[in-house]
Design a protein. Structure first.
Length: 336
């Protein structure tokens, strides 16, 4: 596993790379720098919204949008040239934080310095959701995954007040309907449950559930050690690294005095890591990657959904929603 993790580390030297000084100077005024030739790609309005999201954040997040032409000095290897350019920026800035650099419509490169953030994995996911011509969408997606709040809109306060009152009044009936239709306490695991089967009395107390969570993380580690994820010319290193990172994240916190909400977060990390490991194994086997299901629509604490169900909310239109096994059974009984 250490060998596979090492495959994610690239070492290149910067030879004749473009001068990063304009970006460094721009960052002295704002954490978002957009080259004057790139404002059609990232307009001022979008740049201002990005700036509002990250300004003053600790650890710092810095964004630069530069021409793709700066990659021409990399000897034809855009990845190496991008990494070298970002490394030069980091060296000159000499500060910890997350660095995100857009190279025109060519590619986006990220670096996390002194910050425990899997920025490569996050960027890979967001680049799969957005086209190269939509760097603003990609950057906002990255910030969402980093839990950076969105920039606040600017309507007058009284509009928010009126809107809140309208929503409150309209929602009273929905809340009442939901309260009547909510799952019974024993129909969905509101408390933490591990990924493996246990008897009900093995999870009666918080201390017992904490022990089950530690066992779950240990089992995941054993699955990683035993997994067959040989590369054999298949580029599955990103999935392997994501699975390792998920295991490390869960292992760092699982030994603490966690409550059920925190234990559910540990389970979510393990579930994500198992999914990425399964994706890596699928690449080696030459089979389609397994789908990653969403959490239960009615209560995320119920865990990952098992199926989609056609549901008609009161006064609404029918639509498919992801549901857990207990909620599926409840909906089947109610005929909704």
């Amino acid at each position: 596993m250490r060998l596979l993790a090492a495959l994610m580390l690239l070492t290149t030297t910067m030879t004749g790379a473009a001068d990063p000084a304009p970006v460094i100077d721009g960052w002295k005024k704002s954490p978002v720098y957009v080259d004057s030739t790139q404002r059609a790609l990232v307009p001022d309005r979008d740049a201002d919204e990005l700036r509002s999201r990250i300004d003053g954040r600790v650890p710092a997040i810095r964004i630069a949008v530069v021409p793709a032409a700066v990659l021409n000095n990399g000897g034809g290897d855009n990845g190496a040239a991008a990494k070298a350019y970002v490394d030069a920026l980091v060296d000159k800035q000499a500060a910890d934080g997350v660095y995100l650099v857009v190279f025109g419509g060519a590619l986006i490169w990220g670096s996390a310095v002194g910050v425990d953030t899997p920025i490569a994995n996050i960027l890979t996911e967001e680049l799969a959701r957005h086209s190269r011509s939509d760097p603003v969408g990609t950057l906002n997606g990255v910030l969402d995954q980093l839990d950076v709040p969105k920039a606040s809109a600017g309507p007058p306060g009284w509009i928010w007040l009126v809107g809140a009152l309208v929503v409150l009044l309209a929602g009273l009936g929905l809340v009442r309907r939901w309260w009547k239709a909510r799952p019974a306490k024993d129909s969905g695991p509101a408390l933490y449950r591990p990924s493996y089967d246990v008897l009900p009395d093995e999870a009666d107390t918080l201390t017992e559930r904490q022990a089950l969570a530690r066992e779950d993380v240990t089992r995941f580690g054993e699955e990683l050690d035993a997994a067959d994820v040989r590369l054999d010319g298949v580029d599955n290193a990103a999935d392997v690294q994501a699975a390792l990172d998920a295991y490390a994240d869960a292992g760092r916190v699982v030994n603490g005095d966690l409550d059920d909400d925190e234990l559910l977060d540990v389970r979510a990390r393990v579930e994500y890591g198992r999914w990425r490991l399964a994706c890596a194994q699928a690449l080696v086997a030459g089979t389609p990657a397994p789908p990653r299901r969403a959490r239960c629509f009615f209560d995320p604490a119920h865990g990952v959904s098992v199926t989609d169900w056609m549901f008609t909310p009161g006064g609404g239109q029918p639509r498919e929603i992801p549901v857990c096994k207990s909620c599926q059974a409840r909906l089947a009984r109610s005929g909704r």
